[in-house]
Write a protein that binds this ligand. Structure first.
Ligand SMILES: [Zn+2]
Length: 285
């Protein structure tokens, strides 16, 4: 992020959801950016996404967890649309980068916006095509994009400098990038430490702090305008973290209660701003 190559080991964690392999998180000694190190090579990362629980690529409504997830996702979708509305003048197009099966595209279309998606997973892309044009790469997208959204996608991107360069070729000046990412400085991250579910190694290759977002985005002409807390994520991540911490294969009622308690505590300790995940609203100058 800042060009410094020296780092220190901060957490040794595990891919709890898929491979059960161990991975280290390193911290840059200069800017404090956190990253998975070493990383799985990008062309070998595919199998690490092969997890039946990887809900963002499916629409299944199974069990209490699935139903709760779907319900909360509905609330989250309406909120996300309102964040776009706050910066959208209505002239250009909204691009949802990493659109998965297209829930956000569907919500954009329903609110009357011109929208596009990019999704590398072929099955997810096929599903998303119901809601508009969806491409497999940013290279296929035309100029004239006003807002780009990345909902929990930035942390998966390997070559972020290249991607931001590609975004800029297509964005209108004065346009916005809205990126939601997990917050490794939240209370729940510190509380669960190596069991924190949002490390999500090895598919999360970067773990952004507010400072590393500013460092990265500043290099590409984006200025941080606003940070929006994601209070629901604190509960979701705490629930998963409780399960990982107990080393149980299945979620049980204890995980739900403890997750709810720690999730609420995280929002209180973070004063409803330093939450489990944060949304960065960045203006392209
Ligand atoms: Zn750095």
């Amino acid at each position: 992020m800042c060009g410094e190559t020296d780092s220190e080991l901060t957490v040794n964690t595990v891919d709890y959801s898929t491979s059960k392999e161990c991975f280290d998180i390193h911290k840059c000694i200069k800017c404090g950016h956190l990253y998975t190190n070493p990383r799985i090579k990008e062309d070998s990362i595919g199998p690490y996404y092969d997890n039946p629980d990887y809900i963002s690529h499916t629409n299944e409504n199974k069990g209490l967890f699935g139903r709760t997830y779907q319900f909360l996702r509905g609330i989250n979708l309406r909120r996300k649309i309102s964040y776009v509305d706050q910066v959208f003048s209505g002239k250009g197009t909204v691009l949802d980068y990493g659109c998965g099966t297209g829930q956000f595209l569907e919500a954009l279309v329903a609110s009357g916006k011109k929208s596009l998606g990019v999704e590398i997973n072929q099955n997810a892309r096929k599903a998303a095509e119901r809601f508009g044009s969806v491409y497999s790469s940013i290279n296929e997208v035309d100029k004239g994009v006003e807002v780009i959204t990345m909902w929990h996608v930035l942390e998966h991107v390997y070559d972020i400098h290249r991607l931001l360069s590609e975004f800029k070729k297509r964005m209108l000046k004065g346009g916005y990038l809205i990126a939601a990412v997990p917050n490794p400085q939240s209370y729940d991250a510190k509380h669960y430490n190596e069991f924190w579910a949002a490390w999500d190694v090895p598919i999360h290759v970067h773990h952004y702090t507010e400072n590393s977002i500013k460092t990265l985005m500043g290099q590409h002409g984006f200025s941080l305008e606003k940070v929006i807390p994601m209070k629901l994520d604190s509960y979701y991540i705490s629930l998963l973290s409780e399960q990982y911490k107990s080393k149980k294969e299945k979620r049980n009622i204890k995980h739900w209660f403890r997750g709810a308690y720690v999730g609420a505590l995280s929002n209180v300790k973070g004063k409803n701003t330093n939450t489990s995940s944060k949304i960065y609203v960045l203006k392209y100058n």
